[in-house]
Write a new protein. Sequence first.
Length: 111
Amino acid sequence: MESLGTHIRRLREEAEWPQRKLAYEFDIDVSVLSRIENDNKFPKKRVDEIIKKVAELFNESEVELKKMLLSDEISELLLYEEQFEEILKVSEAKVQYGRQKKSVQSNLNFK
């Protein structure tokens, strides 16, 4: 499976762009782009902006790019956990509970 960084590198190479051109489009240093493409570091403060720019430049789905990023982060956390399946099940239940709780709270009407 392809990580977001690897996916960005592949898109850039298929477009025959040098790193400096894509780094310019992202308004980041070439060394930062290199770290992104090598899955070393993704600048958290600019993640949404960079994903949006990748989607625009390469006609990609923002939703799918975001899924790639989040799945990269989750898989990195669970890579060496023997009980990763159970952890994912518990996490899913917590997400559902949190969404349900937020839904109830947003429907409260304080007058």
